[in-house]
Design a protein around this ligand. Structure first.
Ligand code: HEM
Length: 426
């Protein structure tokens, strides 16, 4: 069976994903499993059952194809939930790290198809921990996408300095930034998006588990309520300020604009990034208590759109073309619009968050902003600089920041995350 997705490639949706190799199986379980496996000889793979039965109600529509020219999770339709994790690499062994990327790919291939990792969560050798943690058994694929990125600090390791893309800059400090180092940066990231939060959390947890001894989680962020859309036909979601968010975004079907603003082209360099993109992640705290005491008129002036319909100032409908001069000079939409930024355009894919309270009686809530672009300097940096005078700044603060090079997609069963970067020496 074949299918075509917005990543632009036709492929099989039959996910007879490869199981992890015996070597990787041992690696995941640690020394204890290694001993158990050795004692049992070839029995491990044979006695473990796969928990491979298709999840209840799973259908092709519930699974987003993992293979493609581009990674899924960028131009594919935005799901409802997010679990985003940044990792730091703890191993200095390049071969071990490359093996991890291969093991992660095999696990991601299975999980995005709604299948358990490796040989499953139960039914195996009693002496060994199961390959899969089990909490997603019976759940639908939930359109899970897993998208990997490489942070600037990764290029200081494994002799990768010469491969670092020029476009993968260290972000400059912007006016108003109050960045928490514990919520910023990272050697790697994995963005897990799904319609079921348990499916997204399961995916990150199992990747972290597989990575034990080679990577550690540096920080992670849960998100709910997508604040952007790549499917303009669907109802535009609202952010925690109550406004429609994602109206003027790049749609997954706009292949020309995706090529122009999101995907790294062959001539952009470095070659290993062709078909990839760059991701900027910003944890933006909203002072929602202040916002909630602000008049409706002021709220609408801040964005330059009305709260009910989402129409730009002076227009009737959400999708009407904004007339920027009708907006206040410091309106968010006026300052963020491509016409105010020499045409700069990004693909937004953010989520709302609430992480308890800040200890001062206020919710720690806001927008986990995710933006994909072909070049960070001409995308996020350009727009964010122009937002220095944004009226919205009175109500928000950027408290976390990271940037990643997102490599091209995994083409087929033999391919793996990061191959184009690591293959030569791997
Ligand atoms: C908490 C922070 C933010 C909130 C609540 C917010 C909210 C909004 C809203 C309600 C819109 C109008 C609807 C739409 O077209 O999507 C919008 C538009 C937009 N925002 Fe933001 N935004 C935030 C931060 C940012 C940041 C940091 C950037 C980039 C640096 C950005 C870039 C844009 C762009 C490019 C548009 C579309 C402008 C247009 O083409 O008309 N936003 N935002």
């Amino acid at each position: 069976m074949t299918d075509t997705d917005s990543n632009g490639s036709a492929r099989s949706t039959d996910s007879t994903a490869t199981s992890p190799t015996r070597r990787s199986l041992i690696g995941w379980g640690g020394a204890g499993l290694a001993l158990g496996a050795a004692a049992a000889g070839g029995a491990v793979a044979m006695t473990r059952v796969g928990n491979d039965v298709d999840p209840a109600g799973a259908d092709a529509g519930g699974a987003v194809p993992f293979h493609g020219v581009h990674q899924a999770g960028i131009s594919t339709p935005v799901q409802d939930r997010l679990h985003f994790a940044a990792f730091d690499v703890t191993t200095g062994d390049r071969a071990a790290f490359v093996q991890l990327l291969k093991d992660w790919t095999a696990a991601a291939r299975r999980m995005t198809a709604g299948k358990a990792v490796g040989e499953g969560a139960y039914g195996g050798l009693a002496e060994a921990p199961p390959d899969d943690t089990g909490e997603a058994l019976g759940l639908k694929p939930s359109r899970l996408t897993l998208t990997i990125g490489f942070g600037p600090s990764l290029f200081t390791k494994f002799d990768l300095a010469g491969q670092r893309p020029d476009a993968l800059i260290d972000l400059p400090k912007f006016a108003g930034d109050a960045l928490d180092a514990n919520r910023s940066n990272g050697d790697l990231c994995v963005q897990a998006c799904a319609d079921d939060p348990q499916v997204a959390v399961h995916a990150i947890r199992n990747l972290a588990r597989i990575g034990m001894g080679k990577v550690v989680i540096r920080w992670s962020q849960l998100g709910f309520g997508k604040t952007s859309s790549t499917t303009p036909g669907a109802q535009t979601p609202r952010n925690l300020m109550g406004f429609k968010d994602g109206t003027r975004n790049i749609a997954g079907t706009e292949t020309d604009r995706l090529d122009k603003f999101v995907w790294v082209g062959e001539k952009d360099g470095p070659r290993w990034m062709t078909g990839g993109s760059y991701l900027v992640a910003r944890r933006i705290r909203m002072h929602i208590e202040t916002w909630d005491r602000t008049s409706l008129q002021e709220q609408e002036d801040v964005f330059g759109r009305d709260k009910g319909e989402g129409a730009p100032v002076g227009k009737a409908k959400e999708r009407d073309e904004p007339f920027l001069k009708a907006m206040k000079p410091d309106a968010h939409v006026r300052l963020a619009h491509p016409h105010s930024n020499g045409g700069a355009t990004i693909l937004r894919r953010g989520y709302s968050f609430t992480d308890g309270t800040d200890g001062l009686g206020r919710l720690d809530a806001g927008l986990f902003f995710l933006a994909y672009q072909r070049d960070v300097r001409e995308g996020f940096v350009r727009i964010q600089r122009n937002l220095a005078t944004d009226a919205l700044n009175e109500y928000i603060q950027h408290v976390g920041s990271a940037v990643f090079a997102v490599p091209p997609g995994v083409r087929d069963e033999d391919d793996w995350w990061g191959r184009t970067l690591f293959a030569k020496e791997a």
